[in-house]
Design a protein around this ligand. Sequence first.
Ligand SMILES: C[S@@+](CC[C@H](N)C(=O)[O-])C[C@H]1O[C@@H](n2cnc3c(N)ncnc32)[C@H](O)[C@@H]1O
Length: 212
Amino acid sequence: MEHLTDKKLTEYAEKHSSPESELLAELNRETNLKVPMPRMLSGHLQGRALALFSRLLQPSRILEIGTYTGYSAICLCEGLKPDGKLITIDINEELEDMVRGYFGRSGYGTRIDYLLGNALEIIPGLQESFDLVFIDADKKSYGAYYDLVIEKVRPGGLIIADNVLRHGTVVAGNTDKETRNMQQFNEKVQADSRVENLLLPIRDGLMIARKR
Ligand SMILES: C[S@@+](CC[C@H](N)C(=O)[O-])C[C@H]1O[C@@H](n2cnc3c(N)ncnc32)[C@H](O)[C@@H]1O
C-alpha cells in the first residue's frame, strides 16, 4: 500500500484544497523526475496540512529533521513570524545545490538554516526553544529524536512526526523491526503525559503532539 487513502479520494481532497504554489509544484515535479525515492516528499495534501498548522501557530522557531528536497521546509515556512527562523537538518549532501536553489527562490532563504550532518549529533548542540518540530528523517531514530527535542519545545508548541502508520503495517500484524520501532514510537507518545496527541491518518500518518 503506497498511501493509506484511496488514490481517488486523495485526488478529490487535493482538488478541494488550496493548490500548491508554482514553485512547490515545480519542486514536486523535479523531485519525481530526478531524485531517488520521490515518495519521501510530503506532497500537495500533506504540504498544505503542514502549512496550515504553521500558519495557525505562527512560529518563531521551527526545527525540521529530514530536509530531503526541501518541500516540507518551504511549506512550514509559510507560517513563520516575519523575524522567524527554520532550522532544517539532513545527512545527505548530494541534494544540497538543488535544495539551496529552491530555498533561495522561495523567498525564505535568509530565514532558513540548512544544516548538513547527522541530526542525532546536531540537535543536542542547538541552543534554541522551538514552537514547531517536524520529525521526518530515519524512522528507527524517531524515539531518540523525540527525546532530544521534547525539552526544547515550548509549552503549547507542536511536535509532528511523519509516516507513523508505515503504510498500514502497524495494524497488519507485521513483526519486522521497522514496524515494531514505529509502534513503540506511537506508544511512547501516547504514554507521555507531557503532551496531548492526535494520530491523524493523512497520507502515511502524522502524529501530532502538543506540549502541555
Ligand atoms: C522522508 S525524507 C524527508 C522528506 C521531507 N521532509 C519532505 O517532506 O519533503 C527523509 C530525509 O531524512 C534524511 N536523514 C536520514 N537519516 C538522517 C539523519 N540521521 N540525520 C539527518 N537526516 C537524515 C534523509 O537523507 C532524507 O533526505
